[in-house]
Ligand binder design. Sequence first.
Ligand code: GDP
Ligand code: MG
Length: 466
Amino acid sequence: MPIHDTICAVTTPAGVSAVAMIKVSGPSALSLVDRIFVPKRRDAVSLAQTEGYQMVYGHLVDHSTGEMIDDGMALVYRAPHSYTGEEMVELTLHGSPLILSLVIEQLCAVGARVAERGEFTRRAVLSGKLTLGGAEAVNDVILATNRSALRMSLTQMTGRFGTRVAELRDGLIRVASLLELELDFSEEDVDFVSRPELLQSCEALRAEVLSLSESYRKGEAVKRGIPIAIVGSPNVGKSTLLNSLLGEDRAIVSDVEGTTRDTIEGHLFVDGQEFRLIDTAGLRETDDPVESLGIGRTIREVGSALLVLWMIDPRETTEAVSEVWRRLPSETPEVVALLNKSDETTAEERHRMSDHLSSLGIQEVINIIGRDSGEAKKVTDLLHRHFANLVVAEGEVVVSNLRQAMALRRAADGLARVEEGLRADQPTVLLAQDLRDATAAMGEVIGDVVTEDLLDSIFSHFCIGK
Ligand code: GDP
Ligand code: MG
């Protein structure tokens, strides 16, 4: 359905600033702005007669009284050479909330309407300027807080990611078309493609689809910060360590057991890498319902972390330590033990605990004084050592959003069913159906099949001006 209305929005953050921008997009963008914009040059033509990529200086005025509101620049884009693919004007004005709201009011008075969340980008998708994956990436580009995350979203935005997915989907389509051909000639009961060859192609494709879908864990870690959980018994100094690492009093530190009941997060940057440190409730038996909820949450965080820092006071009993070990969930990733409070403990106590830990299978044990911020470097070095490779290289294709990871997963499942069917010598009709499902799922990854619901759910995360 063609779009008839013209939308406008302030695209810069709320508040006072030196300059700010209003975007206007739609079939009447130029003629609407013309009604409230008076070019200063005597020989100037209207915006509607101005070529694309030209900037015009002028006054913004009240359309009915002609009273000046501000002066500023209008940058003209001609369809289809604009972000949305439509006629567009970008007004650069003074960053005053009053001026901005007056101009938006004027634009609406002459026939524009205020854009919905992500509507500019939505139009870019509808006019074929951006793929759906590219649109999602626009938001990620804006929200990226570290270099790897930025690289990853740029790869998505510029379409390199989509190209990789399209290649895989084309592989699926090739296999599918062979099967469909066979169906067309089903009377003759011949196999066009050798079954072992077909099986091989499916296996190879599935391995690639799976590896792409599994890159989501990396993508997620890079985007949100590599998740590191700090666990241990109550009072061993977990919150103190978090504070030392962050260089601020984020978590409450106290010698009352069970003080930290909720998980507390802080972001730490080490050599440009972003870590999401998660301080957790001490793991112990408790009757306190709130503390129990905190412990439940701890267990979940541990399961999704990429590394667990297990803090231990060497004076704890070995039973207490084994109890914490027992409580860690089965999907616990690598664990590094930090023997805390080295300023108060003896070498003998530390040795005894190290021996116990190695009997539990813990390889890496580090002595630390968590409340000494100088000692926090031992932990940042450790993080650097473990994760130096967890970066996204320029152009590397990584899945960074759950929707795509799930669609890839479905494609892999579909392929697995085709493989099963081939091994069980199933009729071609069934194989072809499973393959069609897998191909459709691949299409969803890049947004070939765009439904209104999908668009709504994606753009609801955007801001108005994007
Ligand atoms: P959490 O329950 O594991 O979060 O422990 P807290 O961080 O709240 O600390 C419990 C107590 O241990 C507090 O009184 C801290 O001051 C103390 N503490 C933390 N780290 C150290 C340390 O490195 N050395 C010593 N001596 N005390 C510490
Ligand atoms: Mg605590």
